[in-house]
Design a protein around this ligand. Structure first.
Ligand SMILES: [Zn+2]
Ligand SMILES: [Zn+2]
Length: 234
């Protein structure tokens, strides 16, 4: 494995360099481990969400920890976002599709290992945090592929994309969820995040969403929607 470090505070992978501070969270070098150590100390485990959707999480929890999701589509396997820990024992993936450029995880290592295609919206592909990662496809607008539907939302990041598959909506960190409460992700343009949220409601209603898969939660759609509607109104 070539030079790569993982920040244990946030999970960000530093590819091919050893910066003085984590480019994502600012943690100093003593919080880094090598990607090899990371693979020894952590694994990635799956939890079934629907018959064709599995949540992937690092065990033990790695830094902030963000969930990725494995989708069994008609003739290929997708991941939505990517685990920070490189675990070679996972089932192969064909395409890693990102919601945005914040949780790129160890996608470069999975890409090589599984010969997977990596894709992200064009607007997020040239962000500084993404500069050391390879994208095989950069996309604009909405698209669908093998039963996976993608909707470009903008908002939290310019390229922010939500996905719909098997009655599940994949929304990553567009909102932060607590029991009985929700807020827009404060790390991004607030006005734009709020404005474009209405589009997410439209999509969810059109697509008869049953469950919402976020970066650190999975919630039944009606529970989630009540909080989301209140947030948009306020
Ligand atoms: Zn970090
Ligand atoms: Zn984000």
């Amino acid at each position: 494995m070539s030079e790569q470090y993982v920040c244990t505070v946030c999970g960000f992978n530093m590819v091919g360099h050893y910066p003085s501070h984590c480019p994502f969270c600012g943690a100093p070098r003593d919080k880094y481990i090598t990607a090899e150590e990371c693979s020894r100390l952590y694994s990635v485990e799956g939890r079934k969400i629907t018959s064709r959707v599995t949540q992937l999480l690092s065990v033990p929890r790695l830094g902030y920890e963000h969930a990725a999701y494995r989708l069994e589509a008609d003739n290929k396997i997708f991941w939505i976002d990517c685990p920070s820990c490189f675990d070679q024992s996972l089932e192969p993936v064909d395409t890693i599709a990102f919601t945005h450029h914040h949780f790129l995880g160890a996608s470069n290592l999975y890409r090589s290992h599984f010969n997977a295609g990596v894709q992200i919206n064009e607007s997020d592909s040239n962000n500084k945090l993404a500069s050391r990662f390879t994208f095989d496809r950069t996309l604009t607008g909405n698209f669908s592929d093998s039963g996976l539907e993608a909707f470009h939302i903008n908002g939290h990041t310019q390229g922010f994309t939500v996905y719909v598959f098997d009655g599940a909506l994949f929304i990553c960190d567009y909102v932060f969820v607590k029991p009985g409460d929700m807020k827009f992700n404060p790390y991004g343009p607030q006005l734009q995040t709020r404005k474009n949220a209405a589009r997410i409601t439209e999509i969810a209603q059109q697509k008869e969403i049953k469950v919402v898969c976020g970066y650190n939660y999975v919630e039944e759609y009606p529970t989630w929607q009540r909080k989301f509607a209140r947030l948009i109104e306020n």
